[in-house]
Design a protein around this ligand. Sequence first.
Ligand SMILES: [Zn+2]
Ligand SMILES: [Zn+2]
Length: 253
Amino acid sequence: MLDTARWRERLRGIRPRSLSARVPADCPRCGARARGGRPCPACLPAPIPTGDGRRCPVCARRLADAACGDCARRPPAFDRVVAAFDYEAAGRDLILLYKARRRFELSGALADLLALAAGAADPPLPGSTILVPVPSRREAILRRGFNPAAELARALSARLGLRCEPGMLRRTDGGAKQALLGRAARRVAQRDAYYCGPVPGGCHVAVVDDVLTTGSTLDGIARALKASGATVVTGLVLARAVPDAARSPARNN
Ligand SMILES: [Zn+2]
Ligand SMILES: [Zn+2]
């Protein structure tokens, strides 16, 4: 069970992996002094508690009603989503810094948060789980210089001791810019947007991404993975969009 106090306590216990991460530097969000450029305690997003009864057990969406209308209307191809925090407040700011402001060095600190959420997942991820990042559009990689999801997956692989296969999943084309599309159009655009080679039969794949917005990207990917042999597909994301802001994150990769 993760809660804010325990999350902070565990983060304090994580030994920074590089020398530069051990020296004092400014918090990327507020500028206060913090260890190695990591978010200061005040800028750490609130973790999503494991087994939070106010969330959809499949898509991790914060619920206003007893059940998730999205998953009931159209059951997704993925099995569940594990998210570290909601896409709001400090969590949204950190992701915007990482993606839009190209603060590449935040990947380690963000991967620590996601690793804690993945480690607390119930049921736990099997040790044979394969991590696969959501591929970026080519123009997004050229603009940013990196694929945010791929960097997260690589850092997660080291932290969780799970295999990472960045080449397993490909885009069929450049893909439409998701941020410009409505919910139904996103679903159609994502249906055939990904393909993958043979997947080890019966394997569990965890698809790594920064933000889960409507779930249409993960749904399209899960269809492709299951058609190629995956048995279970879990979404492993830093942030879950909150219902009112379902279209707000710039899904532009
Ligand atoms: Zn701060
Ligand atoms: Zn749901």
